[in-house]
Design a protein around this ligand. Sequence first.
Ligand code: FES
Length: 571
Amino acid sequence: MQKEQLRSQEWFGKKGKDGFIYRAWMKNQGIPSHQLNGKPVIGICNTWSELTPCNAHFREIAESVKNGIYEAGGFPVEFPVMSLGETLMKPTAMLFRNLVSMDVEESIRANPLDGVVLLCGCDKTTPALVMGACSVDIPTIVVSGGPMLTGKHRGKDIGTSDIWNFFEDNRSGLMTDEELYVAESCLARSRGHCAVMGTASTMACMVEALGLSLADNAAIPASDSRRKALAHLSGNRIVDMVREDLKPSQILTRQAFDNAITVNAAIGGSTNFIIHLLAIAARIGVDLNIDDFNTLDKGVPLLANLQPSGKYFMEDFYYAGGLPVLMKELQSHLHNEAITVSGKPMSANYEDCDCFNTDVIGSMSSPFNTTAGIVVVKGNLCENGAVLKPSAATSALLQHRGKAVVFENIEDYRLKIDDPELDVEEGDVLVLKNVGPRGYPGMPEVGNMSIPKKLLDKGIRDMVRISDGRMSGTGFGTVVLHVSPEAAVGGTLAVVLNGDMITLDVANKSLTLELSDEEILTRKANLNPGDHIVARGYTHLYQKHVEQAHLGADFDFLKGSSGSKVVKDSH
Ligand code: FES
C-alpha cells in the first residue's frame, strides 16, 4: 500500500495545526520523525492485567509482536483495553464482553492505525476483541496467549475440569479442605489460560479455524518459547497484511464460519463457542443462526481426546501436532480454500504436518468418539433453542423424562441444593431460572448445577439440568443451556413449577414441558418481564439492549460495522 493510502497518514501525514499536534505529542515518547513518515502503524490491542491472571504475561508477548513489526518495516503502538478475567470478575465476565467490544472498536477507529494485533487469552477477551475489530474492519491478526502447562497433583495430571470433581468429592467427604488447599497450588502452575479444552482454548482454536491467526496459534503453551516466536511472526505478517489490504471481511466468509463450527465439533469445544461465534458473525455481516450449530448428525467425529470430553491437556495437544493436524484429518469436511491471515488457503496451514500421538488426536477412521459437537434442542420450553454438548453428557440421560425440581434464581438454588429436605430423586430434572442474559444479568456459568447433596451421597454424579445460563467450557454433565427466550423476558422457563414433567429427547432435538399451550399462557399472564431492569449504569444499558442467547447476546445496536473512516479532525 502506498504511503498516501495509509489510514495513519490522515493523522501523521497532515499539514497544519492538526498534523503538528498529532506528531508532536507522539514524539514525547522519543519517537524519531521517520517512524511516522509513511510506515504502516500497527496497534497492539493488549488485554494485559494482573487482575486477569491468564493474560498477565501479555507485556512480554507484546514485545515479541513489536519486534516482528519493526523487522517488517512497520511502526508498533501498544494500547490497553479493558481486560476480562474469568476467575475474579463479579457478577460474571460475560456481562462485560459487549462493553469491551465497544472499547476495542472505538479505540481502533479513533486512532491512527493501519492494522491491529489482538492479544487474546482468558475466555471473553477473544470474542470481545474480535467483535470490536470486525466492526471496524482494518487488517487484523489474533495472537493468543497460550494455555498453561498441565497441572500436577499427587502424581496426577490435573486441569480446570478437575475443580468440579474436587468439590463434589469435598461435599461428599472424599476430599478434605486441607487437600483442596494443596491442590490449588498445583493446578495453575504456569502462565497462560486454562489447560483444558475450555472456553479459552476453544476460542484460540476458533480464531485459527476462522483463519484469523497463523497456524499453531491455538495450542502452543504460554511458557513455550515458540509462543513468543509465533507472536514475532504475527508481527511480521500484520505489516504485510496492511500492504495487501487484507481485512477481516475478506477472511470471515460463510465458509470460514462453517470451518470453525466443524472444528469445534472435532475438538469437543465449549458451548460458549456458539454464543460468541453468533455475535462475531453478526458484526461482520455473515448470516449464521443457531441451527447451523447442529453438528451432531453431520458425521464429524470427536478427534481430540482432551478434557473435559476426554483425558489429555492442551500441552499434550500441541506436542501431538496441535490444531493443524486435527484440521488435516478433517479435510473432507472443511472448506480448504478459505483464505487466512497468511494470505494463503487454509490447506496451507496443515499440508506439511504429522500426528505424533494418535491417542491425543484420533483419525477419521479411528476417532476418539463418534459422538461430537453440539445439539440444538427446541420445543415449548425453548422456542428459540437451547444447547447441549453430548460428548460431555451421560449417554443414558440423552433420552430422559423426569419431574422438575425448580430453583427460581441462583439464591434459591444456593439455599436449597444441600438441604436434606429438598424433594428430589435421582431421575428428576433440575431447573434453574433467571440466570440468562437479562435476568442475572450477564448469563453466568452456573448451568452445570451441583448435584443435590442427598443424591451425591448416594453416588449420583449426573442428572439432567436445564437453565437459561451458560456452563464453563471446562464443565461437563447432561446440561441443557442457553434456553431462549430466557425466564426474565417471559420465556416458558419462567412458568415451570415443581412436579411438572419434562422430556429431553436429544435424538429428536427436542425439549418439552408437558403442559398444554393454554396452561402455559394462563401461567404467563402473571409474569412481569420488566421488573429485572436496574435503574442506572452500564447494567441498565446491558439489560435494555442485550439480545437473547440464540442471537449471540450482543447489544441490538452493535450488529454490523461502522467502518474505519473518521471524517472530523480533533482540533
Ligand atoms: Fe482464564 Fe480459564 S480462567 S481461561
